[in-house]
Design a protein. Structure first.
Length: 234
C-alpha cells in the first residue's frame, strides 16, 4: 500500500514539474518592450516619442505616439497701441493681444519580424500612421473706460484636418540582454482636407460660423517624421 502511495506521489510531482517546465517555456515566447525617445517632424520640429511592443517568438506588434504643440502670444497695452476702432479716446486703459497655435499628433500601429543577427536580433517593421493637424489664430482687445466700464472684442480663426493615414517603415536591433534601438520613418506631406471656422464677440455672447472645407490644403508643409527610440525587452 505504501509503495502504491509513494508511486502515486512521485508520479504527481513529476507531472506537476513537467507542466511547470512547459508553462515556463511557453511564457518565455512572449515579450514586452517599452520604448522612449525623440521624433523629428519636418514641419513641427523635435518632440518626445514613446511606444510599446509585444512579441511572440519572432513576431512583433507595436504602437508609438508623438505630438507637438507650437503656441505663440503677443500683447501690448495703453501707450504702445495704435488706434482701436471701438475704443473711446478717453479710455484709461487699452490692451491688445494676439496668438497663433499649431498642434500635431500621430499614432502608429505596426507589425514586424525579427531575424537572429550577431549578438541579438534584427527586426524589420511596417505599419500605418494616423495623424491629425490643427491650427488657430486670434486677437482680443479690451478697453477700460473712465468709471471702470469695460468694453471687449475678439475673434478666433480655426482649422482642423481629417485623420490622415500614411505608411510607416522601421528597423530595430534587439540585444540578447534586452536593450534595443529602433529607427522608424513615416511618409507624410501637407496634402490633407481642412475644416475652417471662425468665432467672435463684441461685449456679447460669442458667435461662430463655419467657413467650409478645403481639399488637399497645406501643401507647403511636410509632416514626414523620423523617430528614434531606445527600449528594454522583458
Amino acid at each position: 500500500m505504501k509503495k502504491v502511495l509513494l508511486t502515486s506521489v512521485l508520479s504527481s510531482v513529476l507531472a506537476v514539474s513537467a507542466m511547470a517546465v512547459s508553462h515556463t517555456a511557453s511564457a518565455s515566447d512572449f515579450t514586452i518592450n517599452p520604448m522612449v525617445g525623440a521624433s523629428k517632424n519636418k514641419a513641427m520640429g523635435t518632440n518626445v516619442a514613446a511606444g510599446l511592443e509585444a512579441g511572440y517568438k519572432d513576431f512583433i506588434l507595436g504602437y508609438t505616439y508623438t505630438g507637438e504643440t507650437d503656441k505663440r502670444n503677443w500683447s501690448t497695452n495703453s501707450g504702445n497701441v495704435g488706434p482701436v476702432p471701438f475704443a473711446d479716446d478717453n479710455a484709461e486703459y487699452i490692451e491688445l493681444s494676439t496668438y497663433t497655435k499649431e498642434k500635431y499628433k500621430a499614432h502608429t500601429l505596426y507589425v514586424g519580424y525579427q531575424f537572429a543577427v550577431g549578438a541579438g536580433h534584427l527586426a524589420v517593421k511596417a505599419g500605418a500612421d494616423f495623424s491629425k493637424y490643427s491650427a488657430s489664430a486670434g486677437f482680443a482687445a479690451q478697453e477700460v473706460a473712465p468709471g471702470g466700464a469695460v468694453n471687449s472684442a475678439g475673434m478666433d480663426l480655426n482649422a482642423k484636418s481629417n485623420t490622415e493615414i500614411r505608411p510607416m517603415v522601421g528597423v530595430g536591433y534587439y540585444l540578447d540582454n534586452g536593450l534595443n534601438f529602433n529607427l522608424h520613418y513615416t511618409f507624410q506631406n501637407g496634402s490633407r482636407d481642412m475644416k475652417y471656422s471662425a468665432s467672435g464677440y463684441n461685449n456679447s455672447k460669442p458667435e461662430s460660423v463655419s467657413l467650409g472645407r478645403a481639399k488637399n490644403d497645406l501643401e507647403n508643409k511636410d509632416f514626414g517624421t523620423w523617430m528614434f527610440t531606445v527600449g528594454y525587452r522583458f
